[in-house]
Design a protein around this ligand. Structure first.
Ligand SMILES: Cc1cc2nc3c(=O)[nH]c(=O)nc-3n(C[C@H](O)[C@H](O)[C@H](O)COP(=O)(O)OP(=O)(O)OC[C@H]3O[C@@H](n4cnc5c(N)ncnc54)[C@H](O)[C@@H]3O)c2cc1C
Length: 448
């Protein structure tokens, strides 16, 4: 069966990237059809209400730097359900020598923290006086070792990048992941000077960290509800050029359109482009994604001694502990937890630990819980344990990603009407994906 619908834009993928692209197109009056291969939308965004607590198995919090989340929530009619993070989030903990050590984002905390030794702190503070490097791409680990020293890389940078990207900083690209810091080094000779200068630029909107009363999935559910008539739950099997633009074949039918927007992960796009552009297809399938096991726990308040306020803790790989970190969910979003319970999210896996893909899930989960209880000094069993394994959770922007991206851009440029979006193009955070989608919708509207 073939449907000729060349006036509709075809969107591939119903994660936040595809859904928000659809939402912005709808606001501009552009008709579209969105394909999602699973039986529900959201992609890695997944929230469930379990025994009185909202559990987020994908993203837990949204850093709304410039008001985008507030704006889309308002337009969707769910702004009354937004919840702001508690002040507790400013205090974070890092494991050093098997113990949690606090660290807040201010200079006095940096001076007093036990996360770094005295010599590590002195080396870190010398950053403004370290000569700039060549400007060529290199790994984040090499770049930061040069700027702030090995100890600060091991105990600050490594846990932070494990926490955000589940990544290996000695493989991730400075230019793709930290373009601003790389520019600061070249423009000001130091990342600290650059950061101080750029802070002086006034922000129009106060940044906030947010969630929703029903968890992050409330956002994707709200978009889905508004555009449900335009969603087809069918896997896209191939994408090719055709006489009338592009041909998209799914399990059920073949569609044609002048404009196709891909918001599916790079490895999925690679698969469907095999018959169209084999070389690019191989390149896309080579973009690495790190796995992640997200474990949600609650404990009865009466059974544990937990009075600490904070975002949670991160574990440097040097500590030789499997757990990547834990978010103290009931401390940052108390509204999302049963009032008799404390809630925590554990993260296990990442680019350093592909073993989670082959070992039994329960075994990895239990190992993580044992390590967590030891670090937190809890002598109790969780009242609820739920977990989800994301086999390909987060794209890794490795050194050389710039060239891969340039190839993608060239291919897009050579095929007007074809657009590549999604977190490997727009950035991994949910707000980055929404911002990318809005920019693309504007570009498309201007060209139609
Ligand atoms: C465990 C975890 C924690 C995270 N924490 C945070 C956080 O706290 N804050 C934050 O901002 N970000 C966080 N992120 C990152 C963020 O959630 C993701 O980068 C973002 O949600 C990705 O959205 P996407 O739409 O680009 O991709 P995806 O969510 O992967 O969606 C892609 C969609 O395409 C569909 N698809 C694939 N192939 C096909 C096909 N052939 N045909 C049709 N459909 C197809 C898939 O089924 C899927 O629904 C986290 C990610 C993970 C995994």
């Amino acid at each position: 069966m073939s449907n000729l619908t060349s006036h509709e834009v075809i969107i591939l993928g119903g994660g936040i990237s595809g859904l928000s692209t659809a939402w912005f197109l709808r606001q501009k009056g552009i008709s579209f059809k969105l394909f999602e291969k699973q039986s529900e939308t959201g992609g890695v965004i997944a929230s469930e209400y379990i025994e009185g607590s909202v559990m987020d198995f994908g993203p837990n919090s949204l850093r709304d730097r410039n008001g985008q989340i507030r704006k889309i929530a308002k337009d969707l009619g769910i702004s009354d359900d937004l919840i702001g993070i508690s002040e507790a989030f400013k205090t974070r903990y890092i494991v050093r020598d098997g113990k949690l050590q606090s660290l807040s984002p201010n200079i006095s905390s940096l001076i007093s923290t036990k996360v770094l030794s005295a010599s590590g702190k002195i080396r870190l503070l010398k950053e403004p006086f370290i000569e700039a490097g060549s400007g060529e791409d290199e790994s984040i680990g090499e770049f930061l070792e040069r700027r702030i020293g090995k100890e600060a890389v091991d105990y600050l940078a490594d846990p932070i990048f494990s926490g955000i990207y589940a990544g290996d900083i000695y493989r991730m690209s400075k230019k793709s992941v930290l373009p601003k810091l790389a520019e600061f080094e070249q423009d000001y000779g130091s990342v600290s000077w650059g950061a101080i200068r750029s802070k002086k630029e006034k922000r129009e909107v106060k940044p906030m960290v947010l969630s929703f009363k029903k968890g992050i999935q409330q956002l994707t559910d709200a978009i889905t509800e508004k555009i449900s008539d335009h969603i087809t739950y069918d896997e896209v099997l191939s994408l090719k050029k055709s006489d009338s633009g592009f041909e998209v074949a799914t399990e059920e039918a073949t569609y044609h359109s002048l404009n196709v927007i891909s918001c599916i992960p790079a490895y999925n796009l690679g698969r469907i482009l095999e018959g169209f552009e084999p070389e690019l297809s191989a390149e896309l399938m080579n973009i690495d994604y790190a796995p992640m096991l997200s474990v949600q726990l609650t404990f009865n308040k009466a059974e544990i001694d937990f009075i600490t306020e904070g975002f949670g803790f991160l574990v440097p790989r040097k500590e030789r502990i499997r757990l990547l970190g834990a978010i103290w969910k009931s401390s940052i979003f108390p509204e999302l937890t049963n009032k008799d319970q404390h809630q925590f999210t554990l993260m296990i896996g990442g680019a350093h630990d592909r073993g989670i893909l082959t070992e039994p899930k329960e075994q990895v989960e239990q190992e993580g819980i044992r390590e967590f209880c030891r670090l937190m000094q809890f002598d109790a069993r969780p009242s609820v344990i739920r977990s989800r394994l994301w086999k390909k959770a987060i794209p890794q922007f490795e050194v050389g990603y710039e060239q891969q991206k340039a190839k993608l851009d060239r291919f897009e440029g050579g095929n007007p009407g074809l657009y590549f979006g999604g977190n490997y193009q727009w950035g991994v955070s949910v707000p980055d994906c929404i911002q990318g989608a809005e920019g693309l919708a504007e570009e498309l509207a201007a060209g139609l």
